[in-house]
Design a protein. Structure first.
Length: 329
C-alpha cells in the first residue's frame, strides 16, 4: 500500500465536501476498500472515514416500506427480527454473504459498492490487461480461466461477474437508494448499476462526491414470501456460482399473481430475470410450470470456455428457489 492521509468525518456535510476531492475514497467498514488497496487496485491519496456519522445506521420496518441506513452492518440487518419477517430474501442474502467477521464489520452501503472478484482485475502485478482498471488495455479473462465469470450482460470489454448478494435481493423487489450530494436524490437499484459495454470501469451511477445514505424497500406480498438461494463451491466465505432472489404472490387457486426473480453470480451486474417473471405470471404454480419458466433465466446468455456450466445451473437454481418460496420444495 502507498501512504495516504486519513481523516474522520463528523457530519454529513463534511463527508460530502471531502468526498468530492480528487483522489479521495470513502471508508465505512473497510472490508472492500482496504482489500483493494492491499491488492494494488486502489491507491487513494486520502481516505475519509464515515463510520461514525450519526443517523445512518437505523433499521425501520413499516407497513408500507422498509428503510435501512447505509451504515447498518450486514450482521445487524441479517439478525433483525422485523426485517426477517418482512423481507426474508434480503436477510438470507446477507446471512449467506462473506464470513461472520466480515458481516460484523461490513456496512450495507459499502456492500452495494463492492467491486468484482475477477482474479485478473485484482492482480495488477501479473495482469496488466484489465479494462476495469485501465480502459482500453484489454480483458485477460476473455482468453483466460473464466469459470467464475459472467454469462449475462457481458461485452467485448469485460465479462467480470458482480459478486454481491444483497444487491441481487434489492434488485428483485424494487429497492431505491437515497443518495446525498450537491443535490440529494433517490435512485432505483435497477438503474444504479451499469452494464460494462465499452467502459467497464464505470460500474454504478454514483457520481464523485456522492454518498449512499439509506436503502428503501417497498413492502409487498411477494417480498414477505421470498427466498434467496446461493449455490457455491463451498458453504462459507465463497461467492456464488449462481444465486437467485425470488418472491411470490399466489391466489387461492395457486395461480401466480406476481413473481420477482433476480440473479447473482452469473451477470456483470445484479440481474433482473424478467423473462422468467413473464413466463410464470398468470400460470398455476406447479413444478412443471416453474421449471419451464426458469429456463428463460438464461435468455441472451453468452458462455465462455470455462463457464458453460452456468447455462444449465442457473435455471435449476431459479426453479429450486421458486419452489422453496412457494412450498413445493
Amino acid at each position: 500500500m502507498i501512504d495516504f492521509d486519513y481523516s474522520r468525518a463528523t457530519h454529513e456535510a463534511n463527508a460530502l465536501m471531502e468526498a468530492s476531492q480528487a483522489g479521495t475514497r470513502i471508508l465505512a467498514g473497510g472490508t472492500t476498500l482496504l482489500d483493494l488497496m492491499k491488492c494494488g487496485v486502489e491507491a487513494p491519496r486520502r481516505v475519509i472515514d464515515i463510520a461514525r456519522l450519526p443517523d445512518m445506521a437505523g433499521i425501520e420496518v413499516g407497513v408500507a416500506s422498509i428503510r435501512i441506513g447505509a451504515l447498518a452492518t450486514m450482521a445487524q440487518c441479517s439478525e433483525h427480527a422485523g426485517l426477517r419477517a418482512a423481507a426474508p430474501a434480503v436477510t438470507q442474502a446477507l446471512a449467506l454473504a462473506a464470513s461472520p467477521q466480515i458481516r460484523n464489520m461490513a456496512t450495507l452501503g459499502g456492500n452495494l459498492l463492492q467491486r468484482t472478484r475477477c482474479s485478473y482485475f485484482r492482480d495488477p502485478q501479473a495482469y496488466s490487461a484489465c479494462n476495469k482498471r485501465k480502459p482500453g488495455s484489454g480483458c485477460a479473462a476473455l482468453a483466460g480461466v473464466n469459470r467464475d465469470h459472467a454469462i449475462l450482460g457481458t461485452s467485448a470489454s469485460c465479462i467480470a461477474a458482480y459478486p454481491g448478494d444483497l444487491a441481487v435481493a434489492l434488485m428483485a423487489f424494487g429497492a431505491r437508494l437515497h443518495i446525498a450530494g450537491k443535490v440529494a436524490r433517490v435512485a432505483d437499484v435497477d438503474g444504479f448499476y451499469r452494464l460494462p459495454r465499452n467502459r467497464p470501469d464505470l460500474e454504478t451511477e454514483l457520481a464523485p462526491g456522492e454518498i449512499i445514505t439509506a436503502i428503501e424497500l417497498p413492502v409487498s406480498a411477494a417480498l414477505r414470501r421470498s427466498h434467496y438461494l446461493k449455490v457455491r463451491d463451498r458453504a462459507s466465505f465463497q461467492f456464488a456460482a449462481a444465486s437467485a432472489a425470488v418472491g411470490l404472490e399466489l391466489a387461492n387457486d395457486q395461480t401466480v399473481r406476481a413473481v420477482r426473480v433476480a440473479l447473482g453470480g452469473v451477470a456483470t451486474r445484479p440481474w433482473r430475470a424478467m423473462p422468467v417473471e413473464e413466463a410464470l405470471t398468470g400460470k398455476l404454480f406447479t413444478e412443471a410450470n416453474v421449471r419451464a419458466a426458469a429456463e428463460r433465466a438464461v435468455d441472451g446468455a453468452r458462455a465462455h470456455a470455462h463457464n458453460r456450466y452456468k447455462l444449465a445451473l442457473t435455471p435449476r437454481v431459479v426453479a429450486r428457489a421458486l419452489m422453496e418460496a412457494g412450498g413445493l420444495a
